[in-house]
Design a protein around this ligand. Structure first.
Ligand code: TXA
Ligand code: MG
Length: 318
């Protein structure tokens, strides 16, 4: 494994070309996106895609997101481009929105875990965009962490989680959005959010009208609309407890009494964007420090915090 620094705002062409060569040869390159670091492979090469699953220890039923450079790139991997896809692409791409649409035959089955649909997004990070353009192929890229663990927001997180399983890590510094993209399913009569993120439901509804707000099926893994929505996901090693602000001190005392190493994830900063940007780095740092119990001060119930609440609730479920 090799780590190469790259300028986040103006990636060096020789570095990008080197990474693109590895991708064209069927290798794995971890790269920054605006959300989290991705573990990229040529999405049209099933053997390369298989390496992603092996490196992550990811179950074969959990499909990958295909990253493309623009709307034309997206249309090349989907077999339908409804008007609402066009509207969402114009409103939110490049950016942290993933759309699930019917797939084209050229997309290998292991990218979509055998589903007739494919998840596609145009990231806004200059390194990601430069890499896709240089590789000349769409890039399948899940978050660059071992399956079920906390996603990486720095190159150091990637190296600690995947190490030798990746050929090259492009280090473009910390990511800015901080949690994974919003995933919206456009294969149904009424669109619905499969995974909340920092592009909120009201923001999407402002563009394409009301979404299906029904609760996603849980329980039986096979029955889930988004196979990756495992209950236990985004999990640090520490045990998480979500606690109301007024109860934090008492719960800390109670946990410390049992001799556990305890730390508090305070509700700071109080804006959702700032909180999301730092969340995973704080969780990684607590794991590194050997914290056993994280007391998480509950975050607001409003729509802009939905992606953050989702990750915290999943991390606490173990
Ligand atoms: O921000 C992100 O989305 C990051 C960066 C690297 O782009 N990627 C990411 O990928 O979070 P991953 O693999 O960790 O999560 C992909 C999610 C999973 O929940 C998966 O089940 C869902 O997208 N997904 C992928 N293809 C799907 C499909 N055809 N139908 C429904 N859900 C799909
Ligand atoms: Mg992931």
């Amino acid at each position: 494994m090799q780590v190469i620094q790259v300028r986040a705002d103006a990636p060096e062409a020789n570095v990008i070309e080197r990474a693109a060569g590895i991708l064209r040869d069927g290798g794995l390159v971890a790269f920054p996106t605006e959300t989290v670091y991705g573990l990229g492979a040529n999405a049209l090469d099933p053997d390369a895609v298989e390496r992603i699953y092996a490196a992550k220890g990811r179950p074969g039923y959990n499909p990958l997101i295909v990253h493309v450079a623009n709307r034309e790139g997206a249309r090349a991997v989907v077999s339908a481009w409804p008007r609402r896809a066009e509207l969402l692409a114009r409103a939110f791409w490049p950016g942290p929105l993933t759309m699930v649409l019917p797939k084209r035959g050229a997309v290998p089955d292991n990218v979509t875990a055998g589903l007739p649909s494919v998840a596609v997004r145009v990231p806004s990070h200059p390194v990601a965009l430069a890499l896709i353009a240089a590789a000349g192929v769409p890039l399948a890229a899940p978050s660059a962490n071992r399956s079920t663990m906390v996603s990486p927001t720095t190159a150091q997180h990637v190296a600690a989680s995947l190490g030798g399983a990746v050929d090259l890590i492009l280090d473009g510094g910390p990511t800015t959005v901080g949690i994974e993209s919003t995933v919206v399913d456009l294969t149904r009569a009424r669109a619905r959010v499969l995974r909340p993120g920092m592009i909120s439901t009201p923001a999407i509804e402002a563009v394409i009208g009301p979404l299906d707000g029904g609760a996603l099926a849980t329980g039986d893994e096979e029955a889930r609309p988004s196979p990756g929505m495992l209950d236990k996901h985004y999990s640090p090693r520490a045990r998480l407890r979500l606690v109301n602000t007024a109860d934090v001190d008492a719960v800390v005392k109670q946990e410390r009494a049992s001799g556990a190493r305890v730390d508090v994830l305070a509700l700071t900063p109080r804006d959702a964007d700032g909180y999301a940007a730092r969340l995973y780095d704080r969780l990684h740092a607590m794991d590194d420090a050997g914290v056993e119990v994280v007391i998480v001060e509950r975050v607001p119930e409003s729509a802009e915090w939905a992606g953050i609440r989702d990750r915290l609730e999943r991390a606490a479920r173990q």
